[in-house]
Design a protein. Structure first.
Lengths: 145, 360
């Protein structure tokens, strides 16, 4: 993982983090003195339409909707935002806070990026394990003539 | 047709509902946890999400549990819940190249570019009811591969997604239907899909069609003699697609979630305007979750409607008759009181009978 995460990559990893790890970190930062954020948009559960570009005509269609939770906060004028899958308002609020702390460049950025690094490492390990499993099913059929 | 308003029976209705609650919450077995449903009955959960048109595994598991395992009823519950949720917006478009495949087979090509990966499947082994005694089955875990596990690269190779159509297209065997236009997709949740609506409406309707109805319609079409030869799928894949939105403060893409999907591409020799067999028609199927019959049937019907939407009113059937909650809702309403309607019908039949000289 690069030393410096882009804001988007950090958002992706915070969205992929587990409820416990992201909420625990947010609570700890608040206990350590990070200013309480202003909630701009309270955590809300809703849907995002998944658009797919199909390959035959290369036009778009709507595959369906995906349940997500979204939240926006502000920390000393710096906006923070989180959207993650499923119905989890507390985790979305925590994610928005961590995004704002990171965007504001507060010292706690180190802790946030450490969490992101752990999530990225876990994702890579899961992907490698998955690939190892399915690679064993690679087949080259022979035709009987 | 209609049902009449009735009054009364409140106590009986409440008692009937209590029986349902006792059935849901009573019994001697342990409470069915949501993760048991999503893990052990995942294909049912996938099917419910697909037919409801909403990717939400935990909610779908709740619906399956509440519906006592009736997947059609569960899809109806989830679809109804969906209508209470706000829509935040639209994802950035994702294409087939972004599908992270865990299974990819090609019935058309023995050695397709990129190889064939069977993934988790029982396609090549007997499907026999497992009668292992419960005390032995319960602690059993999936067997590992025989011998030492093969060394695997730590990372999946990039670029493992060759275009399944590319070979046929390059050889001039597949008409290029790309026009460069990029119309806004038709939203079947906001306006009804009817014959004449764009193909995007058809693909959306097929993606959330009831699996059994879709399979049956595809089967009845495929069994009927049709010119041009039968279809052969170019490729069938399962995998994950990202849900990517624009970051509200930077405008750049962010992947906020992922969904599992099944995708199929199929071809048949052309038969329009009459059988010539000089090229192929193509069809595309993509649906939520692990549901290979649905993706295959969707691709086959997409192809057939493109080729000839009017024979047997196929386009109309695809757009109108395949929605599970709509069909089951209409059927279920028959159980409600139709007393006035029926009395009126009886009087009409009697009048006709008198008019025909048969009544006394």
């Amino acid at each position: 993982m690069p030393d410096t995460l882009t804001r988007e990559r950090r958002c992706e990893l915070l969205a992929a983090a587990g409820h416990e790890e992201i909420v625990t970190l947010a609570e700890r930062l608040l206990a350590d003195g990070v200013p309480r954020p202003t909630v701009v948009q309270a955590p809300e559960v809703g849907m995002v339409v998944l658009q797919v570009r199909e390959p035959v005509e290369e036009t778009r269609f709507y595959l369906g909707e995906v349940l997500v939770t979204e939240c926006s906060v502000e920390l000393d004028g710096v906006p923070g935002w989180c959207m993650r899958s499923g119905d989890d308002r507390i985790a979305a609020l925590a994610g928005a806070l961590l995004d704002a702390v990171a965007a504001a460049g507060l010292p706690a950025l180190t802790d946030i990026d450490a969490l992101c690094a752990a999530v990225a490492e876990r994702q890579a390990a899961e992907e490698a394990a998955e690939w190892a499993d399915i690679q064993a099913t690679t087949v080259a059929f022979e035709e009987l003539t | 047709m209609g049902y009449s308003g009735v009054r009364g029976g409140q106590e009986a209705i409440a008692a009937a509902e209590r029986l349902v609650q006792e059935s849901r919450f009573g019994g001697r077995s342990a409470w069915l946890e949501l993760d048991q449903i999503t893990e052990r009955l995942g294909l049912g959960v996938d099917r419910v999400m697909g037919e409801a048109g909403l990717w939400a595994p935990e909610l779908a598991a709740r619906a399956v549990r509440q519906a006592h395992g009736d997947l059609l009823e569960a899809a109806q519950l989830l679809r109804a819940h969906r209508s209470t949720l706000p829509r935040f917006g639209y994802s950035l478009p994702v294409g087939p190249a972004e599908l992270r495949a865990v299974r990819r087979v090609s019935p058309a090509h023995r050695n397709p570019p990129g190889g064939q990966v069977l993934g988790r499947t029982t396609d090549y082994t007997p499907r026999i009811l497992d009668l292992t005694p419960e005390e032995r089955a319960r602690p059993r875990r999936a067997p590992g591969p025989p011998g030492a596990p093969a060394a695997a690269p730590a990372r999946r190779p990039r670029g493992d997604r060759p275009d399944a159509d590319a070979g046929l297209r390059a050889a001039g065997l597949l008409p290029d239907r790309r026009t460069g236009d990029d119309p806004e997709p038709y939203d079947i949740t906001r306006a009804p899909a009817r014959p004449g609506t764009p193909r995007s409406a058809r693909l959306s309707a097929l993606a959330r069609a009831e699996t059994g109805s879709l399979t049956h319609l595809w089967y009845s079409c495929s069994r009927a003699p049709r010119p041009g030869g039968h279809e052969i799928p170019l490729e069938l894949r399962r995998g994950r697609l990202p849900l990517r939105v624009a970051h509200p403060h930077t405008g750049r893409p962010v992947t906020v979630a992922g969904v599992r999907v099944t995708e199929a591409r199929t071809v048949r020799p052309t038969a329009r305007p009459r059988p010539d067999g000089t090229r192929f028609d193509a069809g595309y199927g993509l649906c939520y979750g692990e549901n290979e019959p649905k993706a295959l049937a969707m691709a086959g019907l997409d192809l057939l409607v493109h080729r000839d939407p009017h024979t047997d009113r196929l386009e109309q059937k695809v757009l109108i008759a395949l929605d599970g909650p709509e069909a089951s809702g209409f059927l279920e309403h028959l159980k409600l009181p139709h007393y006035v309607d029926f009395r009126s019908t009886v009087e009409r039949v009697r009048a006709v009978r008198v008019g025909a000289g048969a009544g006394r």
